[in-house]
Design a protein around this ligand. Sequence first.
Ligand SMILES: Nc1nc2c(ncn2[C@@H]2O[C@H](COP(=O)(O)OP(=O)(O)OP(=O)(O)O)[C@@H](O)[C@H]2O)c(=O)[nH]1
Ligand SMILES: [Mg+2]
Length: 184
Amino acid sequence: HGVGKTSIFKLFENHEVFQSPVVTIDAQTIERNIVIGPPHETVKLYVHDTAGQERFRTFTRQYYRYADIAFLVFSITDGDSFHHIREIWMKEMATNREGNIEMILIGNKSDLADERVNPLSTSKQFAERNEMKFIEMSALKNDDFQKLYGVLKEAVTDVIKKGGGTKEEDIVTINYDEPDPKND
Ligand SMILES: Nc1nc2c(ncn2[C@@H]2O[C@H](COP(=O)(O)OP(=O)(O)OP(=O)(O)O)[C@@H](O)[C@H]2O)c(=O)[nH]1
Ligand SMILES: [Mg+2]
């Protein structure tokens, strides 16, 4: 039972609830511009949806090794998923990320209030202690797109403020289509 990473990713991609996600094996990536400010600044983001299951972990690492921002997602209805944030994912970030990473903690499935096992106050306090941003949301609610977008904007702003990210002029584009220079 997944915590809803693909569902959140799809909500972000389409601004709309995604009905039938399947277990993620191969990661997916989308490219999106986000405008922060004032002063207005356009930032290009590459957003990856990765596999949660342990057997894919080695493969998944490449996606956060150089990431500036990580969404750490648990389900408010799943106690283990919250423990995994601390026991697995924060350690993963500390060990495998080169340099600083901005972390956003997401308590997903907030629509299942009757099945809640992770109290809001506990998650909130945990996030504060670990200097993470935090939201609770439901990937099955179109309106929660705004929450997700809002917290991401804050995180991007912080990354830029701290001098993170890669400037356009620092990106080297290799043109593979160019013919080899003639050896004569
Ligand atoms: N009620 C409810 N169900 C959700 C929510 N988000 C996801 N789900 C359901 O939870 C199940 C797993 O969702 P996924 O998005 O595939 O989870 P995942 O984290 O990507 O899982 P892995 O790819 O296996 O790591 C699906 O049946 C979703 O429809 C939510 O906010 N509320
Ligand atoms: Mg998935």
